[in-house]
Design a protein around this ligand. Sequence first.
Ligand SMILES: Cc1cc2nc3c(=O)[nH]c(=O)nc-3n(C[C@H](O)[C@H](O)[C@H](O)COP(=O)(O)OP(=O)(O)OC[C@H]3O[C@@H](n4cnc5c(N)ncnc54)[C@H](O)[C@@H]3O)c2cc1C
Length: 421
Amino acid sequence: MQTEKTYTEDLQNIVGKGNVREATAEDAIEGTAPSLVVEPGSVDEISAVMKLASANGLVVCPRGGGTKTGLGAPPRSVDIVLSTARMDEIIEHVPGDQVVRVQAGVKLEALQQKLAEANQMLALDPPEAGATVGGVVATNSSGPRRFRYGTVRDLIIGVTVVLADGTVAKAGGKVVKNVAGYDLGKLFTGSLGTLGVIADCNFRLHPRPDSARTVAVEVETPQAARDAAQAIVHSQVEATAIELHWGGETRLVSVLLESIPGGIGAKEERARFLLEPFGGVRTLEDEEADNLGPLDPSPVGDEVFVKITAPPAELAAVLESVLDAAGRRDVTARFTGHAGTGVTFAGLSGEEGALVEVVGEVREIRTRSGGSLVVVSAPLSLKQKADVWGPAGDYGGLLRRVKEKFDPGYTMNPGRFVGGL
Ligand SMILES: Cc1cc2nc3c(=O)[nH]c(=O)nc-3n(C[C@H](O)[C@H](O)[C@H](O)COP(=O)(O)OP(=O)(O)OC[C@H]3O[C@@H](n4cnc5c(N)ncnc54)[C@H](O)[C@@H]3O)c2cc1C
């Protein structure tokens, strides 16, 4: 075993002196402290860092914007945080083909600004400010617009990744030993930094809409929220997003409509008509709509924040099961969510033992009907009592085989993913 100092020098030789530093308390991941933070500036440098790490049994955790390093189970150990901060170049934007190729460390906001100059957008709108493209792909992040445009897997068309042993692999490019036959773009989407480092990605783009309006209905019950959302899902309105906000005084289902300028009035009228049976309908002022969406489901205080998935038609059952489990234990619940796509976020506040029970009870109900409950953020002590992911089910064996194919030495983010992978 070499000393830490020697690794520092080796890493400096790879990425340059100014791009290796000792980790501080702020670099800790869920209470686990790394030794070093390394910022490679190219695919070759990432590859050399990974070769050094895997040859010496050092654990690597990739980091983008650091907005969600708490996601997933706490890693078993971390030696090196590999930051993509210097990988921030928009490599190629071809407006005529509606495609862009970017390095993983590009901030999503910066990319959207650049694309807007050509009246285009990447149709991903996760709420966290400061997220990088690599982080968004690694966590399969999406936002309200997923109702119309889908998620990362629908928009990513290529990827360059660096595997744990330093192998550089490109999806759709030349076939690389060990990874032939995998659709790497889709596989690395949602892999949470456990399979390799995403170095750059190609996406397909969409034109920016010319005009937008948000129509909202104030509902009283979970059933009315579900019925209002379903009325839009099954209509010809072609909404961009259908969102839920439920907490305190607010019980709102809002519908984002986008169109060419001449068409927006007719869409708005149709949506208002469809929502009227479920409560008071209004078209939101721009400012109020901006505050609502893209939704910010960030946890409030020390709230436990969970993501529940279920078929969209089961929205009422999801809300009722959480309200019921929470109500019996003096836990308060608020919700935001993508009502049109069956993703509901619940923020739960209360005593820790009660929160663990609510998570367990709702997870059991949702898992039985084919859905899931994932703890997105929670104090570490709660994560130690309630599994973040829940059961891997039939996929457990497959996930393990993929992990062991790509990262047999468990160099990358060990323990973060489903089933302790
Ligand atoms: C289960 C789950 C569900 C989520 N669902 C939603 C949702 O439905 N809607 C929504 O808006 N947001 C969702 N999020 C939030 C999303 O995590 C953030 O928007 C995103 O993480 C921000 O990117 P970042 O650059 O700050 O990443 P970071 O916080 O820096 O990193 C996040 C994770 O990705 C890994 N990572 C980062 N960069 C790379 C890279 N280049 N190569 C390999 N791995 C890398 C890290 O190791 C870490 O594990 C979800 C997250 C999780 C885990």
